[in-house]
Each structure stands twice: as structure tokens, then as C-alpha cells.
Design a protein around this ligand. Structure first.
Ligand SMILES: [Zn+2]
Length: 459
């Protein structure tokens, strides 16, 4: 139960947050809130747009506050992992809890959305190759769950400068505070281009009831997209309706991104809407639409995010390789070497490039195998007497003309000709296919095993 004082403060802060948003240049219709939010004294997002004067303007780059130059230099080629610490700031009466399970599910949602994982709500998006994990070590090197908890009514009400007491070095950790968020579903105090990244105040703040999957706030804000949206700001993205329809060059006005249509106002539901002569980008995480209809960051937003990490948060993300394409899913079982074979892919997801190379590691030695593929995923343990897991559904297609051998290292590299696939298969842009290697193994008797599965969305 939120106190009257809280509601009063919330109203003040909500008004402040709204006042800080630069009004769209053209506002033809719509409202900046909904009955759902208004009845709870909430605003959708409290992240301020640029406040003139008084703020530090960080050095120019290809992703400065006012412009974007999304060159291919920022195209993701390896996974960058960000370490997250949650600070759960409950009221002294105990309200405002976020369970460990909800924190874990929020990390899952961030990864589903930022990596456009197949089979999730975020699948239609562009894979930013930014990954999130809960901290396992605190700043002193001690083991941690990555979730800190405090009972403090002032902090719960987003006051008292809690971050000066609680922040884990914001150069190295993404600090997410869960409290009343000053009457917004969430906010960041500034975009890194327009503030002080690395200072104690550098953070994401989320309304505690909107954190995690099936969060207690209920529909339409209960699928964790508030944090996806705020982390977008934290990584340098503007609202898609920033500056309304903009003024000419889409890299220097509006949201400083050209592959998101400009829109005059935020959209608050899943209904199709148009403004500025285009359909509105209602599926973009940086609009204000319902959690269930948001499903993408775009290619240019991805490049702005990667540029922001390089220029304004250089110590935050750790490169962890995984330079390949696709999304791994469905683990297999240990083989005769006591290892779980893995399948990765490098090259291009653009079909016309005809540039895919599959790599198998940790397979059994000197055995033959085949690559398998299907449009459907599966998960059948010990299928047909195999030691492995079949990660593909029917209908399944075997690259039977390409018998592979794992050799003395238990590895395989295979580059199929995409212009001559088995059974006349043709990959089309927009298709998603799933792949897995089946290979012979011997444990007393001949058997077989498999790699994990990998899913590729073609362009
Ligand atoms: Zn926002």
C-alpha cells in the first residue's frame, strides 16, 4: 500500500518528469498518459530529455547526444556482456519486494530482447549482441547473488541519495534500483552522452512492481519491457518520438536514427497508428506501447548502442567472444570424451552473401557426422538410442551429401553452399532455421551424439 505522502511526492515527481520532456514539435492527438497509469499516479517513463544548460555535454562521437553516424564499424561481431546488480529498496513496512525469481526473469528478458532470441517475444528485433548477467562477484571480489536488499522508506520513495551509499562502481556495473521510481515506471537520470556516466548517480531506476516477467503491476506493463526500455536509454537511445517528426536529417533530429520512423507523439497501446507521413514505430522498445507489442531494437539503434558502449561506457561491457551468428538453444549430453559438443556459426545471415561456416568443437574423435536442419525446434533426449538430444522438430533435412569427419581434434568446419541446399531447400530473408550436428560415437557399442542446437534468422 502506498502512503498518501508517497502519492503526493509521486505526483510532484511525475509532474517534474513530464515537464523535463521536450514537447514534440507537432502534437496532433494523443495524450501523455493512460487511465491505467493516471489512476496509479504513474508516468510511463521519467527519463528527461536534454536539459539546456548545467549539464555536461560529453565529447562528440559517432553517437553524440545530437547525432548518430551508424557506420558498419559498430556492427556487432562479438558478444559484449554487462554485469548487473539489483538493489531492492523496500519500504520499512516491507512493501515493494522484488523476489530473486523476478530479478532472474528480468535478466532473461533483457537477453531475449537485446539478443532477439528465437522463440521469445523479442525474436523480431535486431541482435545487438549485448548480453546481461547478474554479478557473481562484488566490487571487493567476494561472491554475491547480485541482488542487494534494503528496508528504508526514504530510499523506497526514491529519495535520500541512496545511490551514494549503495552504488557498485558504475563504470563496471549496471546498477538497477527497484523502488517507487519517483512516480514513473522507470527512468535513467540522463543519457550517458548528456550526464556523468560512471558517477554514483549513473543508474537505472525501475518501479518495483513492473520488474520481471508477470510482474505484479499487471498488464499492460508486466512483461519486463520497462527495464528493456530504460536500459535502452542507459545505452544512449532516445525515445522514438523524441523531437516529434524531426526536421529533415533523421541522424541529427528526432531520435537521431533513420530506420525508426519518426512519430509525432508516443503511442500507448498496440493499435496501428501513423503520423509524420509514416506508420508509427509501435513495436520499438523506445516507444511507450504495451509490453506485449514491443519487440525490437533496429540495426541503427544497435549500432548506436555499441557506439555508446565504446565511447561513453568503455569499462562496462566485457567482450566474451561468441562472434558467430545465431542463437544457441537446447543443450546436448556428454559424449565419450566427457564433453558436450557445441555448434557455432560465423559469416553472414544475409542469404545472398552465401557465407555461412558452421564450427563443431568437443565432438568425439575421428567420427563421421552430418549437419541437420529444420524450421522447427525440438527437444528429445536419447532419441532412437542416441546418447544425444535431438534439438530439431519435423520435418528434418540432412546434409547427406556432405559427410563430415571430426578428425583427431574432434572438430568440424563446414560451409554449405546456400545456392545448392539438400532437398531443394531455399533460405529466404525472414526465415528462421535451426541446425544441429549428429555424429557417431562409441561407448562400448556404437551409438551417436549431437551438438547443441543453433537458430539463425536470415536476412
Ligand atoms: Zn523512456
Amino acid at each position: 500500500m502506498r502512503s498518501l505522502l508517497t502519492l503526493f511526492l509521486t505526483g510532484l515527481c511525475a509532474a517534474t518528469a513530464l515537464a523535463q520532456q521536450a514537447p514534440p514539435t507537432s502534437r496532433t492527438s494523443g495524450s501523455l498518459t493512460t487511465p491505467f497509469l493516471a489512476s496509479r499516479g504513474l508516468v510511463r517513463c521519467g527519463t528527461p530529455e536534454m536539459v539546456s544548460g548545467g549539464w555536461n555535454f560529453n565529447p562528440p562521437s559517432d553517437c553524440s547526444y545530437n547525432s548518430t553516424n551508424p557506420t558498419a564499424a559498430y556492427e556487432p561481431d562479438e558478444i559484449w556482456e554487462i554485469t548487473v546488480v539489483f538493489h531492492i529498496l523496500r519500504d520499512s513496512n516491507g512493501s515493494g519486494n522484488v523476489t530473486d525469481a523476478r530479478c532472474h526473469s528480468q535478466i532473461d528478458i533483457l537477453n531475449e530482447d537485446f539478443q532477439a532470441m528465437a522463440g521469445t517475444l523479442g525474436a523480431p528485433g535486431y541482435d545487438t549482441m549485448v548480453q546481461f548477467k547478474l554479478a557473481t562477484l562484488d566490487p571487493s571480489g567476494n561472491a554475491t547473488t547480485g541482488i542487494n536488499r534494503h528496508l528504508n522508506s526514504t530510499w523506497h520513495n526514491d529519495g535520500g541519495g541512496y545511490y551514494n551509499s549503495l552504488a557498485w562502481d558504475p563504470h563496471n556495473y549496471l546498477n538497477i534500483y527497484c523502488n517507487e521510481a519517483s512516480g514513473a515506471l522507470g527512468y535513467v537520470p540522463y543519457l550517458p552522452q548528456n550526464g556523468s556516466p560512471g558517477s554514483n548517480s549513473d543508474r537505472v531506476v525501475a518501479y518495483w512492481a513492473a520488474v520481471g516477467r508477470n510482474a505484479p503491476i499487471g498488464p499492460p506493463y508486466n512483461q519486463g519491457r520497462t527495464v528493456t526500455h530504460e536500459v535502452g536509454h542507459y545505452l544512449g537511445l532516445h525515445h522514438t518520438f523524441n523531437g516529434g517528426c524531426g526536421s529533415g536529417n533523421c541522424y541529427t533530429s528526432g531520435d537521431r536514427i533513420c530506420d525508426t520512423n519518426p512519430e509525432a507523439n508516443p503511442n500507448f497501446s498496440c493499435g496501428n497508428s501513423s503520423s509524420c507521413g509514416n506508420s508509427d514505430p509501435i513495436s520499438n522498445y523506445m516507444d511507450y506501447t504495451d509490453d506485449v507489442c514491443m519487440n525490437r531494437y533496429t540495426l541503427e539503434q544497435t549500432r548506436r548502442i555499441r557506439c555508446t558502449l565504446q565511447h561513453y561506457r568503455p569499462n562496462l561491457a566485457e567482450p566474451i567472444g561468441g562472434g558467430g551468428l545465431g542463437t544457441s538453444y537446447c543443450q546436448s549430453n556428454l559424449n565419450s570424451r566427457g564433453l558436450m559438443a557445441t555448434l557455432t556459426v560465423a559469416g553472414s545471415a544475409t542469404v545472398s552473401d552465401n557465407d555461412l561456416t558452421f564450427t563443431v568443437d568437443d565432438a568425439a574423435l575421428n567420427q563421421f557426422g552430418y549437419l541437420l536442419m529444420s524450421v522447427n525446434q525440438g527437444n528429445v533426449n536419447n532419441f532412437g538410442g542416441s546418447m544425444g538430444v535431438l534439438c530439431l522438430g519435423s520435418p528434418m533435412i540432412r546434409f547427406s551429401s556432405n559427410v563430415l569427419n571430426t578428425g583427431s581434434a574432434g572438430t568440424v568446419d563446414f560451409s554449405p553452399n546456400l545456392n545448392n541446399l539438400p532437398q531443394g531447400t531455399v533460405f529466404a530473408p525472414g526465415d528462421t532455421w535451426n541446425f544441429q550436428l549428429w555424429y557417431r560415437d562409441v561407448v562400448l557399442n556404437p551409438t551417436s551424439n549431437t551438438t547443441d542446437g543453433i537458430s539463425i534468422s536470415f536476412q
